[in-house]
Design a protein around this ligand. Structure first.
Ligand SMILES: Cc1cc2nc3c(=O)[nH]c(=O)nc-3n(C[C@H](O)[C@H](O)[C@H](O)COP(=O)(O)O)c2cc1C
Length: 210
């Protein structure tokens, strides 16, 4: 008898080429379950970020982390740093984080051009580690930078980057109708040839020809 294929979540990517499961399975939900995230899992996510590559190994990323179950007051303060739209859905995520990057190198105070890139890479590592533990991360550009600076007394050479909502998957029915629809919509991406170029700008790389 043929084994029954596992039912895939509708959000799972249908990639054109084989990729690791975590890349296909990650997506950014707005509905989170009312279930706490185990502190050890939060530590593992941060540990994944810790081992990310960075320019000159500067490790320019910084995070503020607040778990609703461990530190409810800190959680509310972090929630207040998001914009109004994001606060509405992110308040259901049991863990919130804020990412930052140090704009200068520690050894010589020169500008670190790659710092925003490196915090993005660290947040990606953290996110895929989450996926491997059945957790989901939804990043948010919609933050109130001035409120973030004031709330955390952020040093001058550190820039707030993005909020992160973390938790287990919830029921889309908890969301307003527009968001519910997008929560159930399949995910799409531009083809490889639109961003991987060969000898001239805009021409798909030769390696993409099959
Ligand atoms: C840096 C960054 C900022 C984002 N900002 C927001 C945001 O403020 N609010 C929101 O609802 N989604 C936000 N998103 C989620 C994106 O819209 C989402 O990643 C994109 O539509 C692709 O969907 P997927 O992550 O499910 O594949 C952000 C994602 C990233 C990586």
């Amino acid at each position: 008898m043929k084994p029954t294929p596992p039912t895939q979540h509708p959000k799972t990517a249908a990639p054109d080429h084989d990729i690791l499961d975590v890349f296909a399975e990650r997506w950014s939900p707005r509905a989170f379950a009312d279930r706490p995230v185990e502190p050890e899992k939060i530590r593992r996510m941060l540990e994944a970020a810790r081992w990310t590559m960075s320019s000159y190994n500067e490790q320019p990323w910084r995070y503020v982390v607040a778990s609703r179950d461990e530190a409810p007051e800190a959680y509310e303060r972090l929630l207040g740093c998001l914009n109004e739209f994001n606060q509405k859905w992110a308040r259901h995520a049991p863990v919130l984080m804020m990412s930052f990057y140090k704009t200068t190198f520690s050894k010589n105070d020169r500008p670190n051009r790659c710092a925003p890139h490196d915090v993005g890479a660290a947040s990606a590592a953290l996110t895929f580690q989450a996926t491997a533990m059945d957790l989901y991360v939804h990043q948010m550009a919609g933050i109130q930078k001035d409120v973030v600076r004031e709330t955390y007394d952020v040093p001058e050479d550190v820039e707030p980057m993005a909020g992160l909502a973390v938790g287990y998957l919830g029921d889309p029915d908890m969301l307003p109708s527009k968001q519910r629809k997008s929560e159930r919509a399949s995910r799409s991406r531009k083809p490889l040839g639109t961003f991987a170029f060969g000898d001239s700008w805009g021409t798909p790389a030769e390696v993409l020809d099959e």
